[in-house]
Design a protein around this ligand. Sequence first.
Ligand code: PLP
Length: 385
Amino acid sequence: MQPEKRSDQTQLTHDTRHDKGAVSPPIYQSSLFSFSDYDSMIARFRGDSDQPLYSRVDNPTVKELQEKVAKLEQGEACLAFSSGMAAISNAILSVVSPGDKVVCINHVYPDTYRFLRGFCQRFRIRSEFVDGESLESVKAALSGAKLLYLESPSSWVMGEQDLRSLAELAQSMGVTTIIDNSWASPMYQKPLTLGIDIVVHSASKYISGHSDVVAGLVIASRERIAAITSGVSPFLGGKLSANEAWLLIRGLRTLPLRMRQHQESALSIARQLLAHPQVTRVYHPGIEPLPSSALSGYSGLFAFELDESVDIPRFCNALGLFHMGVSWGGFESLVMPAISVLNQAGEFNSARDFGVSPRVVRVSIGLEETEELWLDLQQAIAAAR
Ligand SMILES: *Cc1c(COP(=O)(O)O)cnc(C)c1O
């Protein structure tokens, strides 16, 4: 079978053979790579050779990860970073300059919001936040913009954007598009195939899958990645380590399997919560799928609203299988009440900026037995009334 015809699952599982027949890649724990002779050194500096030079710019283990992820997202090239935020800030800064305007959806990841509202503002890069589900609102805001920043489904409320239409609209207006694709992972959404220009991931979530790495990825055309490697990333220096790249390569092997289980458990629990008398709303893109949805599956992160009869702190404390914690996408189930973000001192100008009800609770459904997780949620709701 042709390698390009292989499914994602086979592609990720059937690894390439390495030195001495190793099926797992070596970890190149070396800061620099030396040259055998003068001519090969000069050739590398001239750009006529792809021999690795220095691990801030090209480590072979990191490169192997980048090649795998580029293929998975059906992009030409990928660049790995030390965190999702490093990937996001590098991608944004490769597109905008002082005086430019960014249009960003509401309910974007909180640190992306702070980066645009705070950091970018200092460099005279303006941001306007719009309802990403309204094509009309986005269109109105896009005039004179340089960048459209999307996150679909969005943070906390899992709002989906019509990616195909927005990509087309932005392209017709000469606006570059970036999407944060962390929620769906490359398994369930491939935005480059819909016309989006740049995909970013927090690889700390599903791609790692084991809650032991903080990392980020950017996938785009060779030209757009070159704009980052020539103009931004070497100077900001947020490179990924070879060890962490290796852990992400390991995570990728089970990504298809893990996503299938996260999808099944989370959908089942979300549907049962929807029918629960104390639950007033469930935020899961699979509950009422959008006709224009670009998702081919669902991950394990969603949120729901509890009615006033349930005491949220007591509900959190009563859970036995859900840890209280930030982040998501790992093997372990997590709970996070929106109140905790609303109480973060001085972060958002107002609760309205965050736009999420204090009755909302977010859960990351892990890989525990579905029925046991559901029983745990039910008993915790009952205990908190
Ligand atoms: C966690 C997260 C990020 C930031 O990623 P880090 O790896 O923590 O820097 C960005 N976007 C979304 C949607 C996230 O959930």
